[in-house]
Design a protein around this ligand. Sequence first.
Ligand SMILES: NC(=O)c1ccc[n+]([C@@H]2O[C@H](COP(=O)([O-])OP(=O)(O)OC[C@H]3O[C@@H](n4cnc5c(N)ncnc54)[C@H](O)[C@@H]3O)[C@@H](O)[C@H]2O)c1
Length: 449
Amino acid sequence: MKVCVIGTGYVGLVTGACLAHIGHHVICVDNNEEKVKLMQAGQSPIYEPGLSEVLQSTIAAGTIEFTTDLAAGVQHGEVLFIAVGTPPLPSGESDTQYVEAVARGIGRNLNGGYKVIVNKSTVPIGSGDWVRMIILDGLSESQTALKEANFDVVSNPEFLREGSAIYDTFNPDRIVLGSDVPEAIAVMKELYAPIVNREPSDDKTLPPVPVLVTELSSAEMVKYAANAFLATKISFINEVANICDRVGADVIQVAQGIGLDSRIGNKFLQAGLGWGGSCFPKDVAALVHTADDYGYEAALLKATVKTNQHQRLLVVEKLQQILKILKGKTIGLLGLTFKPDTDDMRDAPAITLAGALTRLGAKVKAYDPLISHSEIRHTLSNITVETDIETLATGCDALVLVTDWKEFQALDYDKLASLMLHSVLVDGRNFLDKNALQEAGFNYIGMGH
Ligand SMILES: NC(=O)c1ccc[n+]([C@@H]2O[C@H](COP(=O)([O-])OP(=O)(O)OC[C@H]3O[C@@H](n4cnc5c(N)ncnc54)[C@H](O)[C@@H]3O)[C@@H](O)[C@H]2O)c1
């Protein structure tokens, strides 16, 4: 099928590349010329495991193209994905200006032939009808002879996880399609058939991917509710960890004990210094805002956010308990990205923590397996980004493990302890071997552990 994906960030580029990989002919549109040039040269502007390989093979197969020309993309696509960003406004509401610009542009460039316009961006409840309205506005402004609209809008929320986005796209837990138009749903089912039938997967014993067809607004709500639930689950275990700290229980054992209950499950029960990234914070805030708009106070979700804000700064309290005055101390952060295997630092706990430590007069250094070797490191204020671990540890009063990058488990902690002024380590993810660190001479501080 002919597909156009508008917006080539973590979601759009991965979606476009994976759809091209399963044989669709995809045109990816982005208004960032530099990004488009990079992608045309076969390079990915973002880091995502496996993405470069899929990009290069699809470019070689001729199933993917990149352009800044929205009109060309709109005219090519039978299915048009809107995958631009929806960042948060200070009020918590989603900023939908990029979706609006794209919807208007689609309307202005519609040609004949039935098209399905897919909201892949996470958009506030009710945006499906709003996007339809903006497309029609765009159509009425256009110079083309086309006077009749022949399109439907479908909500198809995205659940991929950064760091395993390619895997998740080929192996989703479910595909949610929101529309009450059978023709639009049929087009979407045809588009996703190879993924539903597990064609890209090596494991042919897997059952087909469940496809859930809902009303448009319910599909939009599924996305917010899923992220709000996961964020709440993490805030819950973090709260339990804080109580464990006080009563002397170990949250790792407690999480095992409750996670074995099949009604609870063991995922998202790792206590730590809180959730972050480009999705959870903004999606929970947007859902709280939507509830407010409709006269409902989402008290549980507000508490989820508050617990998380506190959790990010708990490390500062733990450092103060050990080092007392932080003014003039040097703190080394292990990891900067909001999770491992990504270069994304949007709303990363490391940034909040560095800001708080700097305000208290500490010097903050960091090492991150990706950011330390990327140009992004020059964009960070308050943090000196080192390019190797030993330089990071040298002269530090404490290390804080912020991101659970696998390679941090294999560091030579004996050596690192010898380079530090005080061998204090706060394990903000309960990720390291406590006994081994204590044997290396570290004062190990976990999160409820
Ligand atoms: N990142 C994730 O893990 C994730 C997961 C699920 C859903 N989402 C949702 O998907 C959406 C996209 O997220 P992302 O992380 O990929 O965003 P992103 O910021 O990485 O990418 C957005 C892209 O859109 C482009 N863009 C903006 N305006 C444009 C325009 N008018 N025309 C063409 N291109 C334009 C930007 O240049 C950028 O490349 C958001 O709504 C987000 O909430 C993200």
